[in-house]
Design a protein around this ligand. Structure first.
Ligand code: NAD
Length: 347
C-alpha cells in the first residue's frame, strides 16, 4: 500500500523532468517497460473499474477524462484532441494525469502526459502488433508523420523488430521532420509521396493522422492479404481513417468495446459486428493472428488502463531520482478538522 508523505506533498513530473527521465533510462527501455506494464495490467483486466472516457466535444476538438482504478491505485488522464492546433503552433494532443492511493484518496503522483501519451500509445501499438502482426515482419508504413509518428516507429523497432519504415504525410514538411528525427537510429527510413508508395512491401501499416472528419487515409485496394493495420488516428465520433470495406475484410481487435464502438473505426459498422478484445489475446484465451492471409486490424482509440500502466511505470521510475518536484497541493492542517485554523494562522 502506498502511503502519502507526512507533509502531503505530491511528486510532480514536469515535461522537462519527463525528458530527463526518458534520456536517463533510454527511450527503448521506457517503451518496453510501459508495454510490459500495459500487458500485465491487461492480464488482470477484471481487477479494473472500466468506463468509456468522458468526452466533451466542440466544433474544433475534444477534451476527455479517462479514469480507472485497480482497487489500490486510482488514475485519470486529462487529454485533448484538436487537429486544427498545429496550424496555430499548438499541439493536437496534450495531456496530464494523476495517480492516487485508493485507501486514503490522496494523490501520489501528478505528471505531464503529453510525452507520456506518445510513449504509451506507441508501446500499446507495438504490444498489439507483437501478438497480431505477421511473424518476421520487417517493414512498416507510417502514414501521418506528426507528433506521435517517431515514437510509433521506435516502439515497433524496439518491441517488434521492425527495421524499415516508409513514411507518408499529406504535408511533406512532416515527413521531412520525421525522417530527420529518425536519422541516426537503427531504422532504415524511406520517404514516400503517396500512401500507395508507403504501403508497398510493408507487412504493417500504421495510420496516425489527425483530421476532424471521416477521412479515407487508406482505401481497400491498398491493403493486401496478411497485413497488420495499426489504426490510431480514428479515435472520436465522426473521426475515422479507413474505408469501411477494409473493416469487412479484417479481423478487428479492440481495447474496450463500449468505448471503441463509439470512437473507433468500427463506429462505421453495426453495433453487433464481431470484435476481439485484446486482453483475451494477451491472456491466450483467444487466437490473435490465425493465418498468413488474415488481415488483422488494431482499432486503437486509447484506453484508461494504458495511461494507468504508464503512470505507475513513471511512479516506479522516479524513485531514488531527482526527476520530480514535490507539490504543495493538499492542505495539511496539524489537526485534520482545523482547516479554518490553518488558514487563520497563516494570515
Ligand atoms: P499531429 O497533428 O501532430 O499529426 C498528424 C499528421 O497527420 C499531420 O502531420 C498531418 O499533416 C497528417 N495527415 C492528416 N491527414 C492526412 C492524410 N489523409 N494522409 C496522411 N497524413 C495526413 O497529430 P498526432 O499527435 O501525431 O496524433 C495523430 C492522431 O493520433 C490524432 O488523430 C490523435 O487524436 C490520435 N491519437 C490517438 C491515440 C490513441 O491511443 N489511439 C493516442 C494519441 C493520439
Amino acid at each position: 500500500m502506498l502511503t502519502p508523505s507526512k507533509k502531503a506533498l505530491v511528486p510532480f513530473v514536469s515535461v522537462e523532468n519527463m525528458m530527463k527521465l526518458v534520456h536517463a533510462n533510454g527511450l527503448d527501455n521506457m517503451l518496453i517497460r510501459i508495454a510490459d506494464a500495459i500487458e500485465q495490467d491487461f492480464l488482470r483486466w477484471d481487477a479494473f473499474d472500466k468506463t468509456p472516457r468522458v468526452a466533451s466535444h466542440s466544433d474544433v476538438g475534444v477534451i476527455e477524462l479517462m479514469p480507472t482504478s485497480d482497487g489500490e491505485l486510482y488514475g485519470f488522464k486529462y487529454v485533448n484532441g484538436h487537429p486544427k492546433n498545429t496550424a496555430e503552433g499548438l499541439q493536437t494532443v496534450t495531456a496530464f494525469g494523476l495517480l492516487a492511493d485508493v485507501n486514503s484518496g490522496y494523490p501520489v503522483l501528478l505528471s505531464e502526459m503529453t510525452l507520456l501519451t506518445a510513449l504509451r500509445t506507441a508501446a500499446m501499438s507495438a504490444l498489439a502488433a507483437k501478438h497480431l502482426a505477421p511473424k518476421g515482419a520487417t517493414t512498416m508504413a507510417m502514414i501521418g508523420n506528426g507528433a506521435q509518428s517517431e515514437f510509433q516507429c521506435r516502439a515497433f523497432a524496439a518491441i517488434c523488430g521492425i527495421t524499415h519504415v516508409r513514411l507518408f504525410d499529406t504535408d511533406p514538411a512532416a515527413t521531412t521532420k520525421c525522417a530527420a528525427n529518425l536519422a541516426g537510429t537503427n531504422l532504415h527510413v524511406t520517404t514516400c509521396t503517396t500512401a500507395e508508395d508507403a504501403v508497398t512491401g510493408a507487412q504493417i501499416i500504421t495510420t496516425c493522422t489527425a483530421d476532424k472528419q471521416n477521412a479515407t487515409v487508406l482505401t481497400d485496394n491498398l491493403v493486401g492479404a496478411g497485413v497488420h493495420i495499426n489504426a490510431i488516428g480514428g479515435d472520436c465520433p465522426g473521426k475515422t481513417e479507413l474505408h469501411a470495406d477494409i473493416l469487412h475484410r479484417a479481423s478487428i481487435f479492440v481495447e474496450y468495446p463500449p468505448q471503441t464502438r463509439v470512437e473507433g473505426e468500427i463506429q462505421a459498422l453495426a453495433d453487433d459486428h464481431p470484435v476481439i478484445e485484446l486482453h483475451n489475446v494477451f491472456a491466450g484465451k483467444t487466437t490473435g493472428r490465425a493465418s498468413d492471409k488474415q488481415i488483422t486490424l488494431f482499432d486503437s482509440v486509447g484506453f484508461a488502463i494504458e495511461d494507468f500502466s504508464a503512470l505507475r511505470t513513471i511512479l516506479t521510475a522516479i524513485k531514488g531520482t531527482d526527476f520530480f518536484i514535490n507539490l504543495d497541493m493538499l492542505a495539511d492542517p496539524d489537526d485534520p478538522r482545523d482547516l479554518y485554523g490553518m488558514l487563520n494562522r497563516a494570515k
